[in-house]
Design a protein. Structure first.
Length: 438
């Protein structure tokens, strides 16, 4: 991933140095288990740990791989250069390359998931804070981009909070899904290595033994993991698009924080563009780009092939690094989002009471008017608002058929804004589980 959209902690997980360190730990723990079983001499297992403080030379490993054309063999050769050929004689005993590669990948994915979970906590905290801050800030709800009925900005934030909370739960399950390791040897039969070695290594690496592997850990696990990242990315885009809509000049109900000295356009000095949320929309596309290849990695030939390998070398770091950056950017956008309650009220009143049409419709039906007739009565007055800029309440009060069913006081009551926000606390209690209290 390019540095522009990368944060150091997540990048470090995917560095060659980290990868080789994990490879080393797997091999060393496997040697310990083999020694415990009496398969290899204890002194050989102990000798492997002499390299515990070694910083493996990535360039040297690459140099060896240029000859061997095999990355694991290149690493093992380099390890032997540090601990001695005789002492390294039993390293990788009974193992196959995928034991190291797949177990390492899952260690990295688990570590990445832990960072992403912490990122999501930041987003959730920001959404919750803004939800309570604007719990009663009334704004117009829209369907198809058209004014519908009143809602509150707090409910908008709460809706996004609930969506992100579901995403976090999915990520927890996805983390568990990939938190397995396999040290089962060629084609996964344990023919040349005791299952106890796998149990020992997995325990040391924070994983569970894969119940049954072939020569690789089943890739349906990884498909689920990357699909989850894709869903979270889509939720990021969902929030980003709402903010982008609110920042439109014609709407301007909220906007990204515009910092001192910031420039919006090289040509137009007046511009304040939603560049961060537009960026988030693009980053979401990059994360989702990993989903289909991860799905296609599930089907492999027989006990293994390596068609998945090149894919994962790309999508694993790119998807996790991008999502990590996007979540942190989103948290910052929400924390600093500038909200304009006055513009929200101005927008809601743009069509002079039109958004109360459903209340009038229901009142007419309750007064004995058929639904079909009631709809026609309300709609013909509503169209005058759309087409002539009339005042909806005034038109209703001047419509004899409407006033035959509803008194002026009853019509007046249907324009009470508080009617639409009376259950906000109930919804907040459902979302935050705190009886609506902050």
């Amino acid at each position: 991933m390019i540095p522009r959209y990368a944060r150091p902690e997540m990048v470090a997980i995917w560095s060659p140095e980290t990868k080789f360190r994990i490879w080393y730990e797997i091999e060393a723990h496997a040697c310990d288990a083999q020694a415990d079983l009496g398969v290899i001499p204890r002194e050989n297992a102990e000798a492997v740990w002499k390299a515990k403080d070694v910083e493996f030379d990535v360039a040297r490993i690459d140099e060896i791989e240029a000859v061997t054309k095999h990355d694991v063999i290149a690493f093992l050769t380099h390890l032997a250069e540090h601990i001695g050929a005789e002492q390294a004689r039993f390293v990788h005993q009974g193992m196959t390359s995928s034991d190291v590669l797949d177990t390492t990948l899952n260690v990295q994915l688990v570590r990445a998931a832990d960072i992403l979970l912490a990122d999501m906590d930041k987003v959730l905290a920001a959404l919750k804070k803004r939800a309570y801050e604007h719990k009663d800030t009334v704004r117009i709800g829209r369907s198809h981009g058209i004014h519908a009925e009143p809602t509150t900005m707090g409910l908008t934030f709460a809706r996004f909070y609930a969506e992100m909370a579901r995403g976090r739960e999915r990520l927890l399950r996805a983390r568990e899904e990939v938190a397995t390791g396999a040290i089962s040897g060629a084609v996964g039969t344990f023919a040349n290595i005791d299952p106890a070695v796998e149990e020992h290594v997995c325990a040391k690496m924070g994983l569970s033994p894969e119940p049954i592997s072939t020569q690789v850990i089943p890739r349906d696990r990884h498909a689920m993991f990357f699909a989850t990242l894709g869903v979270i990315a889509s939720s990021i885009e969902n929030i980003a698009i709402e903010i982008r809509h609110m920042q439109r000049t014609e709407v301007l109900e909220a906007e990204e924080y515009f910092s001192p000295g910031q420039k919006g356009s090289s040509a137009m000095p007046h511009k304040r563009n939603p560049v961060l949320t537009e960026n988030l929309t693009g980053l979401a596309r990059l994360v989702r780009m990993a989903v289909v290849p991860a799905m296609e990695n599930v089907a492999l030939w027989h006990e293994r092939d390596i068609s998945h390998s090149s894919v994962e070398r790309g999508i694993a770091p790119d998807a996790t690094i991008t999502l990590d950056f996007a979540l942190n950017r989103l948290a910052g956008v929400i924390e600093k989002l500038v909200v304009y309650p006055e513009n929200m009220l101005k927008n809601m009143n743009k069509f002079k009471g039109l958004v109360m049409s459903q209340r009038v419709l229901l009142a007419l039906t309750q007064a004995g008017v058929s639904r079909e007739d009631a709809y026609c009565l309300v709609q013909r007055n509503a169209m005058k608002v759309w087409e002539q800029g009339a005042d909806f309440k005034t038109e209703l009060l001047g419509d004899a058929e409407v006033t035959a069913a509803l008194s002026p006081a009853e019509i007046e009551e249907k324009f009470d804004l508080g009617y639409h926000t009376k259950h906000v606390d109930t919804i907040f209690a459902r979302v935050f589980g705190e009886n609506g209290a902050h």
